[in-house]
Ligand binder design. Structure first.
Ligand code: GLP
Length: 245
């Protein structure tokens, strides 16, 4: 696992975006796994800038997002579909036919998870998976627990995740859903390359556990140590608890 400490989110975004743009320019039909949350937003801005300058086209990529809240429609401003449309896809030439999401409104959750799993396999697998990290060490919505899940599943969100994300729902007078659908750890680990982005003091403990702790489902991100191609981009604050390296 490569850990790269940079000054701030803007510096991180330049490097992270470059990796994605290079991948897409090498293979225009790349399969990219996207994450939501504040962490990748700057990176998405850089990709949009490159698209506007004609340096990259996302027209032929296939996308898979990590997770979605149960019960939210794509039109809901707090759905992750809306987030991606607003923060990246809708501002580039992404082909929405090639955008894949777990549906938060699926009637049969098991079938929906199986469908998503099959879709990822049929695409040939994810070339680059972008990740953030929860303050409790979650990736996607794989919350701390007793084991690592393989494929997509429905999860009851922990109080720490609800505390971290409620603000977005309160802002529009809504209550945050308690359940979400997420790719499993297996889906994430099968990606050929993984980029994790973390910024701010609130992530320092999770980053310490990820980088220096043992591999344990009580810190789901810790499994990334077992993957052969992971780059962790951290700013000085989120790296502040790391020992000398
Ligand atoms: C959210 C998402 C994750 C995200 C993480 C951190 O709940 N499910 O995919 O990486 O929590 O979010 P943020 O980047 O806003 O801190």
């Amino acid at each position: 696992m490569k850990v790269i400490v940079l000054d701030n989110a803007v510096e991180i975004s330049k490097e992270a975006a470059e990796i994605i743009i290079k991948q897409v320019n090498k293979n225009r039909g790349s399969v990219i796994g996207f994450a939501t949350g504040a962490s990748p937003v700057e990176t998405y801005k850089r990709i949009i800038e490159s698209y506007e300058k004609g340096e990259v086209s996302l027209k032929h990529i296939t996308t898979f997002n990590l997770d979605e809240y149960v019960g939210l429609s794509r039109e809901n401003v707090n759905s992750y579909y809306y987030f991606m449309k607003d923060n990246l896809f809708g501002k580039t030439d992404v082909d929405f036919q090639k955008v894949n999401f777990l549906s938060g409104q699926a009637e049969n959750i098991e079938e929906e998870c199986a469908r998503y799993s099959a879709k990822i396999r049929e695409s040939g697998g994810i070339d680059i998976q972008i990740l953030g990290i929860g303050t409790n060490g979650h990736i996607g919505f794989n919350e701390p627990g007793d084991n690592f899940a393989d494929g997509p599943f429905a999860v009851k969100l922990t109080q720490s995740t609800i505390d971290a994300n409620s603000k977005y729902f309160e802002a529009v007078g809504d209550k945050m859903p308690e359940y979400a659908l997420t790719m499993g750890i297996g889906d994430i680990m099968r990606a050929k390359r993984i980029i994790l982005i973390a910024t701010g003091k609130s992530k320092a403990e999770a980053i310490k556990k990820l980088v220096e702790g043992e591999v344990t489902p009580s810190c789901p991100a810790s499994i990334l140590k077992l993957h052969g191609d992971v780059t962790v981009f951290v700013d000085k604050e989120s790296a502040s608890l790391l020992g000398d390296r």
